[in-house]
Design a protein around this ligand. Sequence first.
Ligand code: URA
Length: 449
Amino acid sequence: MKNLETNYKFSAYDIIAKKRDGYKLSDAEIKWFIAGVTDKSVSDYQMSALLMAIYLKGFDKSETASLTDAMLFSGSTINFEGVDVIDKHSTGGVGDKASFILAPIAHAAGVKVPMMAGRGLGHTGGTIDKVESIKGFKTSLTLKEFKEAVDKNRMALIGQTGEIAPADKKIYALRDVTATVDSIPLITASIMSKKLAEGANGIVMDIKTGSGAFMKTRANARALGKSLRDTATRFDKKMLTMITDMNQPLGEAVGNSLEIIESIEVLKNRGPKDITDISVELAGAMIYLAEITKTYKAGVKKAKEVLKNGKALESFRDLIRLQGGDELVVDDYSRLPLAKNTKEILSTNAGYITSIACQEFGEHVVTLGGGRKKTEDLIDFGVGFIVHKCVGQKVKKGEKLVTVYFNDNQRKLVEEIEEEILKQNIKIKATKPKVLKPLIYDIDENPLC
Ligand code: URA
């Protein structure tokens, strides 16, 4: 990246042009721009233009640090006492409902869990959108209420408040609609500004890689891991990073209410194996970072124990009740909003599933209204998919591949989606794929960064 010393007065136009032309921005320029986004003296369209310039020309380590600090200190920060205050964050995937499973597991094992999560971004679903499908569940606590809830109940789940990293709230929404999501510096600053502000002392970072992730290659996932760890080190926080597979939806359910149901099924010990396994591993990492166990392996063992004996399910029920939600959904899924119509998509030939286009399933959910195309869009909690098969599985002709949940006025749309799924999204071949992708590629267990 070229370095250009300039002496001009700051203006949004000049800063955008400087980055557009590939020059390095100074700490003062970045902080001035982000302060302007927060106090609205810089407009959304100017921020959008800068986002695209950063996306195309990149940010180096020090620019990323300046952006993270500018976003972090755009709002308030809190601090929790104790080594046992641990959060987890995923870089985003399709069908990734692990937070609803691992947070109660970690909580039941003795971890204090202050979880601040996001809304859907691009083709990926958001934890906050999903949990809001539970009637009454309040995700907008003030920071004070959040801190009190975590201190009292040892767990809370909230969306980003106006107080926490307000610059990220704005920028996140703009990235979602300007095709500027999958950028390592932007993801680093976005995640770390929130995670550092919410005051956890350790963070387990699930970095997704594959066709349904923002990081399509493992090299990029590793680079993102390094960038996140560099930031954690700067702030003296413990961090454990995992690089995990996102080449097919996690679990079977994709869509807001459907994913809540599947999470509860996992907590009842009868959910799909992949989402169960990954949630247990991530919860085990949280238990280890909280210093409840001496090793990561022992953390995973503890996680399995509290899942099996039902304590994690009770933690989830408590969480729903404590945040004003309808806890009866745990035993009665009909209390969740689900679209009235279903359509089964059947296999048109026999063979083995060789690939499932993960990102496309996320995009289909957005098309049906389960995600946003524009920042002001409302979410339809009830639409989505159950993907009955996974890569490597044998399938007969006429066998059920996918069930679509949709609304009355979406029949034509569903026909188009069906055609796309059968022709392009699910590939079936006569021979079994030789190498199946592992669920976890890499774990960097060194929590001290
Ligand atoms: N999660 C976030 O909070 N921000 C991103 O940019 C990506 C995932």
